[in-house]
Each structure stands twice: as structure tokens, then as C-alpha cells.
Design a protein around this ligand. Structure first.
Ligand code: NAG
Ligand code: NAG
Ligand code: NAG
Length: 279
């Protein structure tokens, strides 16, 4: 009896370890900024990013650059309520050293710290301004949820707990730019003036991340070539990922109808030509 219990404990510790090693922070990511506001546990299974008045926040980035993939992370936003503090997970072609360039590719998840709000945005070698905003159907500060971006040469899909909430199609045949440069994954917490004034009396604000593994095709930023990343040897490039299934489309429309409260396509001033092409 005792022996079996001990054996079970040993086996579960071993399996936790091997999962950890295969999915660990160090395997995929590296520290980017925030020194004492960045913390990773010894097993590499959890990262905390802290924001307070004495810091510019903290962040980490993937070790490599990629030309396609299925990227995901689990995160829990700070439990202290405020505006102005954004927790993020995104892909970007911007180099992390040096000044950010206005013209670059970027795919964003940004949590605004209030009202269960998440914003997605897309930069197409330009200044972006393709925001969609949702009130989530759960409190993102209570539990870890999975946020995912699937990118292949046919479409980009944003998903929350496997529910598609946004699709951006490759309509380059119709003159719409589609990401054609390598990007890396970034995660961060920072003070974003566009998200409103911060309630500093609630600080520190701590974002937590888990589940660091992802599947993607490596494409060094230096070479600038991502064409090898559309190979169907990668699962996310296979025909079933070229378009959402009928059931997924129905699900996305239902969630958009219920939870999306801002869409750049719904406003004459922010509308862009791709707006009529992403169905
Ligand atoms: C990673 O996972 C594979 C199977 O999924 C396993 O065989 C291997 O031992 C694991 N590696 C580490 C370093 O834990
Ligand atoms: C977009 O689709 C076109 C085909 O319509 C293809 O030739 C092109 O390589 C795709 N662009 C990217 C960046 O994958
Ligand atoms: C990538 O897209 C940009 C913007 O549409 C275009 O100017 C550039 O020629 C493209 N580069 C390649 C390698 O296809």
C-alpha cells in the first residue's frame, strides 16, 4: 500500500518534470526587460511580470524568429483593478533592440486591466489601427486561459480557449498586405496611456504566464525569407487550417455578436479595405 502511494508520487513527479522540461520557459523564451520585475520559477513552468510605479514593467521574448506557426500561451491578468496597465501576448517583426519602427508586422492580444477587456490588433507593415475589442465571457484575472494565434500563408486566426474570435485572410490577390516577414513572440506588462489613467494605489500589478511551448517554423530575421514556412510538413499549414470549419465560423460569429463591442471595420473613419473581405 505505502509502496504504491510512494511509487505514484514518484511517477507523478517524474512526469511533471518531463512535461516541464518539454514546455519550459527556457526552452522557448528569454528575459527581455524589467530586471527585478521579472520572475521565473526554478522549474520554468511559470513566469510573473510585475508593474509598479518605479518600473516600466517587464517582458520576455521567444528565442527565435518564425515564419508561420501555432503560437499559444496561458496567462492570468493582474487581479488588482486599474486602467492603463496592459498585459500582452503578441507576435512582432520589430527588433527588440533599438527604437520600435512604425512600419512593421504585429499581431496582438492586449488586456486592458478592466471590464474583462481584451483587444486584438494587426499591423501590416504600417502603424496598425485595426483594433477589435471584446468583453471576455470570463474574468481573465481569476484563472489561466489559453490565448492563441495561428499564422499560415492563408490566414491568421486569434483564439481564446480554442474559440476563434478573429480571422484575417490573405487577400494579397486583392491588394491587401499579408505578413511576409519573420516575427517573434513577446509577452509583457506595461503602462499604456491609451488604456487610461492608472490607479497606482492598487499597485503592484502582477501578470502570470504558463504553458510556454508552441509549434512554429523558424525563419531567421536576417535572411528575411519565410517561404519555406508554408510547407505542409507543418500541421498548421495543412488544408484544414486554410479556413475555419463551418462550425468554427458559426461559433466565431456567435461570440462576436455577444462579446465584441468595438470593431475598426464598423467605423467610417477607421474602416480599411480588408474589412469587406474577411468573412
Ligand atoms: C519530452 O517529451 C518526450 C515525449 O513527449 C519524452 O520522450 C522526452 O523524454 C521529454 N524530454 C524531456 C527533456 O523531458
Ligand atoms: C498570400 O497568398 C498568395 C496567393 O494568393 C501567395 O502567393 C502568397 O505567398 C501569400 N502570402 C504570404 C505572405 O504567405
Ligand atoms: C512583403 O510585403 C510588403 C508590403 O506589402 C511588400 O512591399 C514586399 O515587397 C513584400 N516582400 C516580399 C519578400 O514578398
Amino acid at each position: 500500500m505505502d509502496f504504491i502511494i510512494i511509487l505514484t508520487i514518484i511517477l507523478s513527479v517524474l512526469s511533471m518534470k518531463s512535461n516541464g522540461a518539454n514546455n519550459s520557459f527556457d526552452q522557448y523564451y528569454t528575459y527581455l526587460w524589467g530586471t527585478d520585475h521579472f520572475w521565473v520559477n526554478p522549474q520554468g513552468t511559470e513566469v510573473q511580470l510585475k508593474m509598479d510605479k518605479n518600473s516600466g514593467g517587464a517582458g520576455f521574448k521567444s528565442k527565435l524568429d518564425f515564419g508561420s506557426g501555432s503560437f499559444h500561451i496561458k496567462l492570468k491578468t493582474p487581479d488588482k483593478r486599474t486602467r492603463g496597465i496592459v498585459t500582452s501576448f503578441y507576435l512582432t517583426s520589430n527588433p527588440d533592440d533599438g527604437t520600435p519602427q512604425e512600419n512593421h508586422f504585429e499581431l496582438d492580444f492586449e488586456f486592458w486591466g478592466m471590464d474583462r477587456m481584451v483587444q486584438t490588433n494587426i499591423f501590416l507593415n504600417d502603424g496598425g489601427r485595426r483594433e477589435q475589442r471584446f468583453h471576455l465571457w470570463f474574468d481573465p484575472s481569476k484563472d489561466f486561459h489559453m490565448y492563441q494565434i495561428i499564422w499560415n500563408s492563408h490566414q491568421i486566426v486569434f483564439m481564446v480557449d480554442n474559440i476563434p474570435i478573429r480571422v484575417f485572410k490573405n487577400n494579397s490577390a486583392k491588394g491587401i498586405t499579408f505578413p511576409n516577414k519573420s516575427m517573434h513572440a513577446d509577452a509583457s506588462i506595461w503602462n499604456a496611456p491609451f488604456a487610461g489613467p492608472v490607479t497606482w494605489s492598487e499597485a503592484p500589478f502582477i501578470a502570470q504566464y504558463q504553458d510556454f511551448g508552441f509549434d512554429a517554423c523558424s525563419a531567421p530575421a536576417k535572411s528575411g525569407d519565410i517561404s519555406h514556412c508554408s510547407s505542409q510538413q507543418y500541421f498548421w499549414n495543412k488544408p484544414e487550417y486554410w479556413e475555419l470549419s463551418a462550425a468554427q465560423k458559426q461559433q466565431m460569429n456567435k461570440y462576436k455578436k455577444s462579446y465584441m463591442f468595438y470593431d475598426y471595420c464598423s467605423n467610417k473613419i477607421t474602416w480599411k479595405p480588408e474589412c469587406s473581405l474577411n468573412e
